[in-house]
Every structure is written in structure tokens, then in C-alpha cells.
Design a protein around this ligand. Structure first.
Ligand SMILES: O=C(O)c1ccccc1N[C@@H]1O[C@H](COP(=O)(O)O)[C@@H](O)[C@H]1O
Length: 207
């Protein structure tokens, strides 16, 4: 039985972090994109990461950052993985000494195999709906756009929620799922019961 990995993204409060870890999240996402309502400063992120236990991966999300900003964050926050969610080139994502995920903004016509091939050193490809503001929009995309095999671990995101995640995992069989809006009561404010229900939905699909 495969265990689909779960990332809960956009945490801003200690209580939400504890809820995600207790529910069984494999990874926690911290958003370093200032326009996002889920943005956390490096200082705040460093405080939050003190609550993350061993074997739970801390992922830093960036959108077309200046390299200097990523480096500044890394001096303060013990990130273990980076997630690039804009239109960054592969070269812009490399060189920070950490594995990274590249987000593909899914819309009709995208050649995902070609997209993945243009990021050969990405540890995985994350699929999200094409939304204004780059991500965290709570919108799903047409899962039929996903080809059978990307030759890389694939992370499914975009509008996942406790209601649809079981169906999504059964249909797409991703390596991992990533959620933000679907486990929130307001932007940047997570709901412990929704997080627990989301994790349960994934486990139900895993069988
Ligand atoms: O969470 C954000 O605010 C965010 C901002 C900019 C880029 C990406 C962002 N979040 C990521 O978006 C996807 C989908 O989120 P949702 O579940 O549909 O709300 C997810 O990978 C988040 O990590």
C-alpha cells in the first residue's frame, strides 16, 4: 500500500502548525511571497519552525524571488526544501543547496512532459491551477490534463479539500498532495478539524 505524502501549506500560527503535525502531515509549507495573505517574515518563520519535529519537512515557498532574498531567508530559517511557484527558469531555482519543487500552472494546452523536461534538476513537479496571484487560490484544474508519467515525483495541488481529496488521489495517484485554502476558515488561518479531515481523506484513498 502506497502512503500518499501530505503537505499543508501557508501556515502562519503556532496552533495550526501543531494541528498539521498532529494530524500526520509529512511537510509544512511557509510562504515567503510578500503579496500573499499567508506571507511570513523570516523572523516569524524561524519562530514557527521551532515547533516542527524531526522527519517533518519544512518547505519554503517563493514566487520569482531575488536570489539574495532566498539566501537571506536561509540564513534565518532551517528550510529543507524550496518550492518555486512562479515562472522561474531552472537556473533561478538552482544553487541554494536544497532540493526544490517546480510548480506548473495548469491550463489547457500545457505540455507537461516538456515542462518537466525543462526542469531536469527539480526533485518534483507540483501541479496547480492557473490562477491570478500565482497560487493559493483554492481552484481545481482539469485532472485529465495530467499525463500518465512525468518521470518525476508529482505533487497534486489546486483546490484540494476534505471533500475532494479522496477522489483526487484515487484518480491521479500523485506522490503527494499539497493544500492551503481547503483547510482554512479564512486566508492564512487553518482549521484543525479540516486538516484532520483532509488527512483522513487521503488515507481513505490510500486504502
Ligand atoms: O498560499 C499562497 O498564498 C500561495 C501564494 C503564491 C503561490 C502559491 C501559493 N500557495 C500554493 O498554491 C497551491 C494551491 O493552493 P490551494 O490549496 O488551491 O489554496 C499550493 O501548492 C500552495 O502551496
Amino acid at each position: 500500500m502506497k502512503r500518499t505524502r501530505i503537505k499543508i501549506c501557508g501556515l502562519t500560527r503556532e496552533s495550526d502548525l501543531v494541528a498539521a503535525v498532529e494530524a500526520g502531515a509529512d511537510a509544512i509549507g511557509l510562504v515567503f511571497y510578500p503579496p500573499s495573505p499567508r506571507y511570513v517574515s523570516p523572523t516569524r518563520a524561524a519562530e514557527l519552525t521551532r515547533l516542527i519535529p524531526p522527519f517533518v519537512t519544512t518547505v519554503g515557498l517563493f514566487v520569482e524571488p531575488k536570489a539574495g532574498f532566498v539566501r537571506e531567508v536561509l540564513t534565518q530559517v532551517p528550510l529543507q526544501m524550496l518550492q518555486f511557484h512562479g515562472d522561474e527558469s531552472a537556473a533561478a531555482c538552482e544553487g541554494f543547496g536544497l532540493p526544490w519543487l517546480k510548480a506548473a500552472r495548469m491550463r489547457p494546452g500545457i505540455d507537461l512532459v516538456k515542462f518537466a523536461a525543462s526542469y531536469p534538476s527539480a526533485a518534483g513537479i507540483l501541479l496547480d491551477a492557473f490562477v491570478e496571484g500565482y497560487g493559493g487560490g483554492g481552484e481545481t484544474f482539469d485532472w485529465n490534463l495530467i499525463p500518465g508519467d512525468l518521470g518525476r515525483p508529482m505533487v497534486l495541488s489546486g483546490g484540494l479539500s476534505p471533500e475532494n481529496v479522496c477522489d483526487a488521489v484515487r484518480r491521479v495517484r500523485p506522490w503527494a498532495v499539497d493544500v492551503s485554502s481547503g483547510v482554512e476558515s479564512a486566508k492564512g488561518i487553518k482549521d484543525a478539524a479540516l486538516i484532520a479531515a483532509f488527512v483522513q481523506g487521503v488515507r481513505n484513498a490510500d486504502g
